[in-house]
Design a protein around this ligand. Structure first.
Ligand SMILES: *Cc1c(COP(=O)(O)O)cnc(C)c1O
Length: 302
């Protein structure tokens, strides 16, 4: 076996999969009328964040030989760049991360980790960052780009869906509605495509994007599906925006359940679920499965 494949196998052996599913009994109004469980993808690896591993794994596992370089994109707190930075360090793959904005004066904990892992970090102006989907522009940024494996922002591409589908199939799960946070839509799209029978998927938008987020999900799916929708009332002002109420909710939830919640993704999802349950939006006895998508590294700056 190649050294690359051995490194990949060693990384895979560290993963805590299937990720544990636990039932939740929070003291939320109305919560006793429904069954809530949470799939703890935040626990699959101490460094690689839950859904980012799920989305990257089909790409990494399909490589028969190592690419000369990985290239990807993200913000200064990106869970995706963090997961990919760690994976490329472990796999000894050269990795260039293009970051939106210039953090040289104030590197985030995420960027410090990337530097520690030997990632080639390049800062782009917001205007240049907008051109990240243009292959000619990417080539002009990086001479290796024609041979490099370019992974889109968030790891969100068609191939990512298989990793999310796998997460829903890796153990028997009994639920009526599965719920996850939504940013680029690949996690929700993967869940939607893995549902059976009467099951529904619900996304909680973590940014302002009515219609836009729906189109991202639809574009990733191979055909139209009728078993999903996105709730848009719980973004708390936009991506990575929050309120004192949300922060206090996350703290209280964590104290009560011992399940960590950060305010960018999982906290907004949990806040939404509490609110919807209190409004009686789920019938009595409904079985809700929450996906804890990880992302706790991003909360180190809070
Ligand atoms: C990236 C991320 C999401 C959003 O997933 P998408 O597939 O981009 O919709 C949700 N939760 C966490 C923790 C993330 O890091």
């Amino acid at each position: 076996m190649s050294a690359f494949r051995e490194r990949l196998d060693a990384l895979c052996r560290e993963l805590h999969v299937p990720s544990p599913v636990q039932s939740l009994t929070p003291d939320w109004p109305g919560a006793q009328a429904v069954h809530i469980s949470i799939k703890r993808d935040d626990l699959i690896h101490p460094v690689i964040s839950g859904n980012k591993w799920r989305k990257l794994s089909p790409t990494l596992l399909s490589l028969s030989s190592p690419p000369s370089r990985l290239i990807s994109f993200g913000g200064g707190f990106s869970n995706h760049l963090h997961a990919l930075g760690y994976a490329s360090h472990r796999l000894q793959l050269p990795f260039t991360a293009f970051v939106r904005g210039d953090y040289r004066q104030h590197p985030t904990p995420m960027l410090r980790d990337l530097h520690h892992w030997g990632t080639d970090v390049r800062y782009l102006t917001k205007a240049d960052y907008r051109r990240r989907h243009d292959p000619a522009f990417v080539s002009s940024l990086h001479g290796d780009a024609p041979q490099a494996l370019v992974i889109p922002e968030g790891g969100s591409q068609q191939s990512a869906l298989a990793g999310i589908q796998h997460s829903l199939k890796e153990q028997p799960l009994v639920f009526d509605t599965v719920i996850c946070p939504v940013a680029s839509g690949a996690t929700l799209a993967g869940l939607v495509s893995a549902l059976e029978g009467h099951q529904q998927a619900m996304g909680i938008a973590v940014l302002k994007g009515q219609q836009y987020l729906e189109s991202l999900v639809s574009n990733l799916l191979d055909r139209p599906y009728a078993n999903w929708h996105i709730e848009h009332a719980y973004h708390h002002g936009g991506y990575a925006r929050n309120t004192d109420e949300l922060i206090a909710f996350c703290d209280a939830f964590e104290t009560q359940t011992s399940v960590p919640a950060e305010p960018v993704y999982s906290g907004k999802m949990l806040f939404a679920v509490r609110h919807m349950i209190s409004k009686g939006m789920f019938p009595e006895g409904h079985r809700v499965l929450l996906i804890h998508t990880g992302g706790l590294q991003g909360a180190r700056s809070y």
